[in-house]
Design a protein around this ligand. Structure first.
Ligand code: GRF
Length: 191
């Protein structure tokens, strides 16, 4: 069984999608949530699903690594985590992020949530979407795993675009993670 750790700071819709997708799976399970926000949606969801959660408010990388090793974590997924990931974790674990635009467009510092959708609309783009990518030391710059697109019409607002992007996230993200687990051969411990 592959143990997944999710890092999230927000509403937690992607966290919930992952938990639901792997609920009853014999392949993988979401074993722990790490958040920097005590009362965010993701933490509330972890309580409903009885998933261990950890709140980290300062840079205590040694402690996080210890916890993740003791939970036998094979894969870390960032799903709306707004803090920088310590290098120690990047060196030790495979880490995947989901970003709500077609990277490299509209990525980098400050590009999260509605800021992204607003910038896409303001730039007059005709398409947007999601990017699932590995995490390296630079914000939103790791190797791309996959991208899915949606159209942006003249009538779209940041809000309506965010709904289109969320639909892509729920449709593709958990399935892509499942395929990645097979592709990386995490099951046999070969990364
Ligand atoms: C999602 O749009 C995701 O692409 C981005 O942050 C948002 C998190 O939303 N990285 P939620 O907390 O999963 O609802």
């Amino acid at each position: 069984m592959i143990n997944i750790c999710v890092f999230a700071s927000g509403e937690g819709s992607n966290f919930q999608n992952l938990v639901s997708h792997f609920n009853n799976s014999t392949l993988a399970k979401v074993s722990i949530l790490i958040s920097n926000k005590l009362d965010c949606g993701a933490v509330k969801i972890s309580k409903v699903f009885n998933i261990k959660h950890l709140i980290i408010t300062e840079d205590n990388s040694d402690y996080i690594v210890e916890e993740l090793v003791s939970c036998k974590i094979d894969l870390i997924i960032l799903a709306g985590y707004l803090k920088k990931i310590p290098k120690q974790l990047i060196d030790k674990f495979k880490i995947v992020n989901i970003h709500p635009s077609l990277l490299p467009k509209f990525g980098g510092k400050g590009m999260y949530g509605m800021n992204v959708h607003k910038s896409v609309i303001d730039s007059g783009e005709s398409e947007s979407g999601i990017t699932i990518h590995f995490v390296n030391e630079e914000f939103d710059k790791g190797e791309v795993i996959s991208q899915y697109k949606c159209n942006v019409s003249k009538e779209d607002t940041p809000e309506s675009l965010s709904i289109k992007v969320r639909n892509l996230e729920s449709k593709y993200f958990p399935v892509e993670i499942e395929m990645l687990i097979h592709r990386l051969d995490l099951i046999n411990g070969k990364i």
